[in-house]
Design a protein around this ligand. Structure first.
Ligand code: ZN
Length: 182
């Protein structure tokens, strides 16, 4: 299988799995836009050509947010992709606050691939936060998302300078937009 085919298979698999989900932004845009944006950020800003990482980016929310199992990902895309997606998947049996705390704790100990994926994921979420924030999110929730994100990404530094610079810009943009919305 060529790398191009491998990537397109992951995009198509993720699109099918997320087909009934919408983002919480005011337009309720299709969920798949998010994993596509994360993969694109890694490739264009981060200069990532590692197909395992790009596939994992496309698939990063499938275990957490759809009925996809880790075994299914391994069967379809191999063990490396499975492990990487698992590294960025929260244990949904835990309460939200505990999941958030664990992400901060675990970030420095996951693989450099998972750290890059987290940086791109957070940059994409921060960009959405200013422009298309979840309609139900209060200002306080938006501000605390930024503060929490900075703590998680502090544990992921040193893996991809271009991506980190892009993330820092996304933080600045989100903060200034949030400041204007108060
Ligand atoms: Zn995500």
């Amino acid at each position: 299988m060529t790398q191009t085919t491998a990537l397109l298979r992951a995009a198509s698999f993720a699109a099918t799995k997320h087909r009934r989900q919408r983002r919480k932004d005011p337009e309720a845009s299709p969920y798949i836009n998010h994993p596509l944006a994360v993969a694109q950020l890694l490739a264009t800003v981060g200069g990532v050509t590692d197909v395992v990482l790009l596939q994992a980016a496309l698939l990063h929310d499938t275990i957490e947010d759809t009925e996809t199992t880790a075994e299914e990902l391994e069967r379809e895309f191999g063990a490396e992709v499975r492990v990487l997606v698992e590294e960025v998947t929260d244990d949904m049996s835990l309460p939200r606050a505990e999941r958030k705390r664990r992400q901060i704790e675990r970030a420095p100990h996951v693989s450099p691939r998972a750290q890059q994926l987290k940086i791109a994921d957070h940059a994409s979420n921060l960009d959405d936060l200013g422009l298309d924030a979840p309609v139900t999110w209060s200002m306080e929730k938006r501000n605390s998302y930024v503060a929490w994100s900075l703590q998680v990404i502090a544990g992921c530094r040193g893996v991809n300078a271009a991506l980190e610079a892009h993330y820092d810009e996304a933080v600045k943009r989100a903060k200034s937009r949030l400041a204007r919305q108060v």
